[in-house]
Design a protein around this ligand. Structure first.
Ligand SMILES: Nc1ncnc2c1ncn2[C@@H]1O[C@H](COP(=O)(O)OP(=O)(O)OP(=O)(O)O)[C@@H](O)[C@H]1O
Length: 232
């Protein structure tokens, strides 16, 4: 589960500053919400802020899983190692560019989050996801040898490998053809449901958002600041 209240982050400084006020979020286990909105309005920034990659300028409440972390205090006191621990254990990222480590092959990229947690390299879930997404023939290849769409699929399996509390996905299907995009989204939703994770997905693909019936929060710019409004 994820609960956030009163969180603001800022991009840029001075006259260039752009304030992004995050929505009040309350995601139950197994719940996935789509973040939509025009380019440059702050959707990726929202994921970075929720993903503890960007210091908030304001934060009232942040809860991940059953524990309440005083994330505001961790940022205030610059406890980077504590923040890194939370990220590694509780969060799974599917970044726009894949974010795979170039010097590791696909199998080792997928195994990394589990190894960092002291878990076995593989799980039934990762093996099944690798098979479902047609990644078996790619396991020994380095990311530089993969297409962008293949990298996105690998990044998705890596993000779920350690079964985090929260999946954060930035345009996870952007580089995929419609059929592959549907398959990946379907698997995404299954994993969220089965493992009772929470998920935030930035997506421009309205037809997928509609097909899978995701609740939607839309980013809009009001008086130079980004705010988020729930849509039906
Ligand atoms: N590292 C950064 N430093 C300063 N400003 C940034 C940085 N990254 C993004 N921005 C600015 O913050 C604002 C929000 O960017 P962000 O990438 O979150 O938008 P987005 O809605 O995800 O866009 P897109 O749909 O095009 O990916 C933009 O004005 C952008 O120029």
């Amino acid at each position: 589960m994820l609960a956030i209240q009163g969180m603001t982050v800022q991009r840029g400084v001075g006259a260039q500053a752009h304030k992004i006020r995050l929505p009040t979020l309350s995601l139950a286990p197994g719940e996935c919400v789509a973040i939509t909105g025009p380019s440059g309005c702050g959707k990726s920034t929202l994921l970075e802020a929720v993903g503890l990659l960007l210091a908030p300028s304001r934060l009232e409440h942040f809860q991940l899983g059953t524990l309440q972390h005083d994330v505001a205090k961790l940022w205030r006191t610059d406890k980077q190692s504590e923040l890194a621990k939370l990220r590694a254990r509780d969060l799974g990222f599917v970044l726009q560019n894949g974010g795979l480590l170039p010097f590791l092959n696909v199998a080792d990229n997928i195994a990394l989050p589990r190894r960092l947690q002291g878990l076995a390299s593989e799980s039934a879930r990762t093996t099944q996801a690798v098979e479902r997404l047609g990644l078996m023939p790619l396991l020994q290849k380095r990311p530089s040898m993969l297409s962008i769409g293949e990298r996105q699929r690998v990044a998705f399996v890596r993000a779920l490998a350690h079964e985090p509390q929260l999946l954060l996905a930035d345009e996870p299907t952007a580089a995929l053809d419609p059929h592959s995009a549907h398959d990946l989204f379907a698997l995404f939703m299954e994993v969220v449901e089965e493992l009772q994770l929470s998920a935030l997905v930035v997506s421009h693909d309205w037809s997928l958002v509609r097909t899978f019936g995701l609740p939607r929060i839309d980013a809009v710019i009001v008086k130079g600041e980004t705010v988020f409004e729930p849509r039906v």
